[in-house]
Unconditional design. Structure first.
Length: 209
């Protein structure tokens, strides 16, 4: 069997950005899919990501993505899950993005890994904030179908984005740029909506004479 070709710079950049962004949405699915792709030889993982293809990591991420798949479909529980993972997804997105450049040799240097960590953490934070805000807004509706639909869309978007980063990195970077703009708009609009809703149901404090 011929060895898989190494990723070029454009693919590395697209992969780092995709891992950062997708970690803000479905961290455990990202870890599992990336590790499985390396384990089965579908793509050549950079040295800093090869730990993800270890069977122990694959098994653990598989269990966690199953739990997340279920939790993300239940109104209320999805927002609680998002709140708890605020402290997990963002640093994990930074670590995965940095791992794309870690161990690639002195020609890359630690500067690439540090820059990727900063960008990956920022992308993860943006995606996480947009997801959490959107799901919180959806939870104001009594019907559960919007939650399930949004969750399934996220389940499909993550593998699609990772595949795009490997196969068509330039297109993946363009899609991510549009996703960031859309996320920022959603955060601004839905945050105002949730704040107004909270004010509506919060009793006004009596004025002090």
């Amino acid at each position: 069997m011929n060895p898989l070709p190494a990723l070029d710079l454009t693919q590395l950049l697209a992969l780092a950005a995709a891992l950062g962004w997708a970690s803000g949405m479905r961290l455990y699915l990202v870890v599992f899919l990336t590790g499985a792709a390396g384990f089965f030889g579908w793509v050549p993982l950079p040295p800093g990501l090869q730990l993800l293809q270890h069977p122990l990591v694959l098994g653990t991420s598989g269990l966690m993505l199953t739990a997340e798949f279920v939790a993300d479909k239940v109104p209320g529980l999805d927002s609680l899950w998002d709140a708890l993972h605020t402290f997990i997804r963002i640093p994990a997105g930074a670590a995965l993005a940095a791992g794309v450049f870690a161990g690639l040799g002195p020609e890359w240097g630690s500067a690439w890994a540090l820059a990727a960590a900063l960008a990956g953490g920022t992308l993860a934070a943006t995606a996480h904030a947009a997801k959490a805000t959107t799901r919180a807004a959806a939870n104001t509706s009594p019907e559960p179908f919007s939650n399930i639909g949004l969750s399934l869309a996220g389940d499909a978007a993550v593998p699609g984005l990772l595949w795009l980063a490997w196969a068509y990195p330039v297109a993946a970077l363009g899609v991510l740029a549009l996703a960031v703009v859309l996320a920022l708009v959603l955060i601004a609009v839905l945050f105002k909506f949730l704040r107004q809703l909270l004010r509506r149901f919060t009793p006004a404090r009596p004025s002090v004479a």
